[in-house]
Ligand binder design. Structure first.
Ligand code: DX5
Ligand code: ZN
Length: 229
């Protein structure tokens, strides 16, 4: 199985000192930073755009082993529209929603053309089999996603309750695609990581559970150890 990656969601951090929050959490052992982009259309909330990413990029070095990866979760209505901006801002992984585009394969290609890795996300009510035609066809790497994100809450807000009903989708993906990075996002923490890890997720997003913890370092280590098995 692919290696465990812990990606704290900076949505739960103090935006007044975002760059130092990012540095702090990387110092506490985070692998990636999960950056939630919301446009008020795809989801009923607004967060930040590419200009803010530009400002935090110099604070975080991306290493060859992937540490410091900017994992941009694009909860936006028109994912194709922001690819160039996020590539320029220093995004490393551009994860868009399957539900937001008429042509996911083309969107993956556009992301790759920009120099970023591509992820594809599904909401809790979206069946997993919509992804099979994309994931079954590995004939051209330009069209092949680098990661799949299975949302475990309705996108839009941090601090929601983990929806275990999404786990069979993770199990199905892991069975069918043993090597792909599978990310889970929403309500993940020490009390929900076991089921997510058991199902086969290896990229773990956690906002509230990490930034709200007294000792984030301890929580990150626990999440990672659980996924490593
Ligand atoms: C929800 C976001 C999540 C969220 C996770 O729309 O995509 O990344 O910030 O936060 P927690 O871990 O608090 O549910
Ligand atoms: Zn997210």
């Amino acid at each position: 199985a692919p290696k465990p990656i812990i990606a704290p969601s900076i949505l739960a951090s103090d935006f007044g000192k975002l760059a130092s929050e990012c540095q702090r959490i990387i110092g506490d052992g985070a692998d990636w930073l999960h950056i939630d982009i919301m446009d008020g259309h795809f989801v009923p909330n607004i967060t930040i755009g590419a200009p803010v990413v530009t400002y935090i990029r110099p604070a975080i070095e991306k290493h060859a082993d992937g540490t410091g990866t900017f994992d941009c979760h694009m909860m936006v209505a028109k994912p194709e529209q922001w690819i160039a901006d996020f590539a320029k801002a220093g995004g490393d992984l551009y994860c868009f929603h399957y539900e937001a585009t008429a042509n996911p394969r083309e969107c993956i290609k556009l992301v790759h053309d920009s120099g970023m890795k591509a992820g594809i996300a599904i909401k809790p009510d979206t069946p997993v089999d919509v992804l099979y035609s994309i994931l079954d066809d590995s004939s051209d790497p330009a069209y092949y996603p680098d990661m799949v994100l299975v949302m475990t809450v309705e996108p839009g807000f941090g601090g929601q309750k983990f929806q275990a009903r999404c786990m069979p989708k993770v199990t199905a993906l892991r069975e069918r695609y043993p090597d792909i990075d599978i990310e889970v996002d929403g309500g993940i923490g020490p009390s929900t990581i076991d089921v997510a890890a058991e199902a086969g997720a290896n990229v773990i997003v956690a906002g509230t559970a990490v930034f709200g913890a007294k000792d984030p370092k301890e929580v990150i280590a626990l999440l990672k150890a659980t996924v490593a098995g």
